[in-house]
Write a protein that binds this ligand. Structure first.
Ligand SMILES: [Zn+2]
Length: 269
């Protein structure tokens, strides 16, 4: 894998609770000299440390505040405040409105609110939010997930290579717009449920967006990963991969034309 690739490592993709060897939703996105922890589902902090540490991260980005996407922020707080992690400044944390109070609501044990802001530099997301992390541009769109604040993400590196991530949501125009022509699209396929994508819907969203490659993740307990891959491939019209924990998906080249592209082959740990 080229060192300058834009890449996403699957820390975990289980839902709605972690399994042996598979934490809940968590990913490490690396590129342009930056490292971003994307979603902090239960168990993902442990897996993160196979690749990097809380002291080396440049930012955390959280799609929504369900526990299977955010619970490890609680233990990350203890790491940042009370352990051997040394940082010059609080860790930038991008997340839905109210995220700091939600974390504090769990952590606070006495009359004084736990100082979440001493661990995290919190910036709340809004539809169309953009942030620069190192040389990466993070763009967030508000998406449909049962009416609660929820966001999808597109990461772009200085070469113009893009990875899009659905978070949890049902098919919606904001997601299609965000994932437009991206080289790699990581889309949830929890099942045929309100606020989620089924596997065939994930394939359709990827096809509509003109994504180069589709990875299905967050496959619900009712569907075997191989079945989800097959169903998504049927509507995508091309090969689909599964976000097995530990897999790394890299984009080494920018697509020259919209539509199908040729990102580098995925490699496994
Ligand atoms: Zn979820």
């Amino acid at each position: 894998m080229a060192d300058d690739a834009l890449r996403i490592t699957v820390l975990g993709s289980a839902t709605p609770y972690p399994r042996p060897g598979n934490p809940c939703s968590g990913y490490l996105v690396e590129g342009g000299g930056a490292r971003v922890w994307v979603d902090a589902g239960s168990g993902s902090l442990g897996e993160l440390q196979r690749h990097t540490g809380l002291g080396e991260l440049d930012a955390v980005w959280i799609s929504h505040l369900h526990a299977d996407h955010s619970a490890d922020l609680l233990t990350a707080y203890y790491g940042l405040r009370h352990a051997d992690i040394r940082r010059d400044a609080p860790l930038p944390l991008y997340g839905p409105p109210g995220i700091a109070d939600r974390i504090a609501g769990f952590l606070t044990n006495g009359p004084l609110r736990s100082p979440v802001e001493e661990a995290f530099a919190v910036e709340e997301l809004h539809d169309g939010h953009e942030a620069r992390v190192g040389a990466l541009t993070l763009r967030s769109r508000s998406v449909e997930h049962g009416g609660l604040p929820a966001f999808a993400l597109r990461v772009e590196d200085p070469e113009g290579r893009r990875i899009a991530y659905s978070g949890d949501c049902e098919p919606c125009p904001a997601l299609t717009e965000l994932a437009r022509d991206c080289e790699l699209f990581v889309c949830e396929a929890d099942g045929d449920l309100p606020g989620h994508h089924s596997a065939p819907q994930a394939g359709r969203s990827a096809a509509e967006a003109g994504a180069g490659r589709l990875v299905v993740t967050h496959v619900g307990p009712g569907t075997a990963p191989a079945q989800a891959v097959e169903e998504a491939a049927g509507t995508f019209g091309d090969e689909v991969a599964y976000a097995a924990p530990g897999r790394v998906f890299a984009v080494t080249r920018r697509s020259r034309t919209p539509g199908r592209t040729t990102p580098s082959p995925a490699s496994s740990r």
